[in-house]
Each structure stands twice: as structure tokens, then as C-alpha cells.
Design a protein around this ligand. Structure first.
Ligand SMILES: Nc1ncnc2c1ncn2[C@@H]1O[C@H](COP(=O)(O)OP(=O)(O)OP(=O)(O)O)[C@@H](O)[C@H]1O
Ligand SMILES: [Mg+2]
Length: 244
């Protein structure tokens, strides 16, 4: 049987009296792409931030690659974060740095000191080719379109060769054609690097293209879990509304 690379067990998170996550359980298996579907404000970003310990849950356990993210120390967390790529909803590129400098940034943080420049350059070139943007290496983020920025953000995630990638709304704010291209790129990256991924989205086309399995986040918990095809056949009105 496939091994679990992420296990979320009875996760609870409130902000004041806003109880966002309620006893949420979720498992990501090695090699699969799991979509988490939920309305705006349902807690998708909070969930993904709990997984990489950017938000501390009130209760519950998050196990990532056999590490309990709330028990390990800061050094162990840094090492773990290098193995778990996180594509922010906002891309989070550095506006004052070129594409090359943006891509080198994680290398400088995570790779051993004294890494040879040539090795860094080759790594930058490879991930830029992966996302089809080799020609942008000396450009500034402001010179790039929204879709290109998303690709560069993905390249920056790939450069550390993560075994897990967490995508937070990878197609939001993009036109439908560009959104499709990004969805297809996610599939290509999965094939090339054999990553396990969570794709957080409410873009049904993106979910259908990328996901092997879909979890529906409703009322702070996993309301339903199945393949896209099976969920599409559901008669439950709370599931149906996502497909209408
Ligand atoms: N740091 C915070 N402080 C207070 N409330 C927060 C914080 N972060 C998130 N929330 C609240 O938690 C709820 C879930 O937010 P979250 O960002 O996870 O939604 P989402 O499902 O990602 O929505 P979207 O699809 O719009 O990105 C919202 O009600 C939000 O206001
Ligand atoms: Mg969000």
C-alpha cells in the first residue's frame, strides 16, 4: 500500500470565535495529487499553513514525512521545509530581485555554504526550462504577466527538489487559458519529479486536470472525499453546488 507522506489528525484552529478547522482529518499518499476544494473563507489557506507550521493549530496533529511539525525544533523544521515546496496564493516573489535572484534565494538559504556558482546557475536554468521561461532569467517580476509570475513562483519551489508541493490556489486571478496552462504544468511537474502534492482550489477545471482524489472542505472538516468523477455524480446539494 502507498505510504502516507502527510497525515492531519483532528486538527482544530479558531481565530477568536471563528472556529475555522474542526477535527479535520486528511491524508496525502506518496505520489498522489490531492485537491482540497472549498469556498472562499472555508479555511483552505489556514489548513495548508498548519501543514508547514506557519500557523500553530489549537489542537490536533500534523505529521509530514514522519515529522510531527509541532514537536520538532526550528532546525528540523527548516530542513523539513526544504523538502516541502509551498506555492503561495500571492506568489510572494521579491519585487526588487531579478528572476535569477528570486530563484537563487532558496538555494542560498538551504544548500550548504560554498555551493559553486556554476551549480546554482545550472539549477536555475533547469527549473526555468521546466516552466518554459528560460528567457526571463534577467527580468524583474514587474515585467512578467500574472501567469509568468505563477510559473516563476513554481520554479522557485522546484529548485530545492521538494518531495511534496503544496499549491495554494494556483490558478486564481488568471484568465481561463492561462489557468489551464498552469494546471497542465502542475501535471508535468508531478510526472517529472514524482512529487506528492496538495492543490487547494475552487477552480473545478484545475482540480479535474490535476487531482487523483478530491477532499471537500465544508464547515471546517472533510465533508466528502472521492475522485472528481464520483463527486460529480453526487446528488448531495452541498457537493452539487460546486459543479453548477
Ligand atoms: N491570521 C488570521 N487571523 C484571523 N483570522 C484569520 C487569519 N487567517 C485566516 N483567518 C480567518 O480564517 C478563515 C479562513 O481563512 P482562509 O484564508 O483559510 O480561507 P480560504 O479558504 O483560503 O479562502 P480563499 O479561497 O478566499 O483563499 C477566514 O474566516 C479568515 O478570516
Ligand atoms: Mg486561501
Amino acid at each position: 500500500m502507498n505510504k502516507a507522506v502527510i497525515k492531519v489528525n483532528k486538527l482544530n484552529k479558531s481565530f477568536g470565535d471563528n472556529h475555522v478547522l474542526r477535527d479535520l482529518n486528511l491524508t496525502l499518499l506518496n505520489g498522489e495529487t490531492l485537491a482540497v476544494l472549498g469556498k472562499s473563507g472555508s479555511g483552505k489557506s489556514v489548513l495548508i499553513k498548519c501543514i508547514i507550521s506557519l500557523i500553530e493549530p489549537d489542537d490536533g496533529k500534523v505529521i509530514v514525512l514522519d515529522n510531527d511539525v509541532n514537536e520538532i525544533n526550528q532546525d528540523e523544521l527548516d530542513i523539513l521545509r526544504a523538502r516541502v515546496g509551498f506555492l503561495f496564493q500571492s506568489n510572494a516573489l521579491y519585487d526588487s530581485m531579478t528572476v535569477r535572484e528570486n530563484l537563487e534565494f532558496p538555494l542560498r538559504r538551504h544548500w550548504e555554504k560554498g555551493m559553486r556558482e556554476t551549480k546554482a546557475e545550472a539549477a536555475v536554468q533547469e527549473v526555468l526550462e521546466d516552466v518554459g521561461l528560460a528567457h526571463t532569467v534577467d527580468m524583474m517580476p514587474e515585467e512578467l504577466s500574472g501567469g509568468m509570475r505563477k510559473r516563476i513562483a513554481l520554479a522557485r519551489t522546484l529548485i530545492l527538489r521538494p518531495s511534496i508541493i503544496l499549491y495554494d490556489e494556483p490558478t486564481t486571478g488568471l484568465d481561463p487559458v492561462t489557468a489551464r496552462e498552469i494546471s497542465e504544468l502542475i501535471v508535468e511537474v508531478q510526472k517529472k519529479y514524482n512529487t506528492s502534492s496538495i492543490v487547494i482550489s475552487h477552480d473545478m477545471h484545475c482540480i479535474n486536470t490535476t487531482a487523483n482524489r478530491v477532499v471537500m472542505l465544508i464547515d471546517g472538516r472533510c465533508y466528502a472525499e472521492d475522485t472528481y468523477e464520483n463527486l460529480q455524480l453526487s446528488m448531495d446539494p452541498r457537493i452539487r453546488e460546486f459543479f453548477e
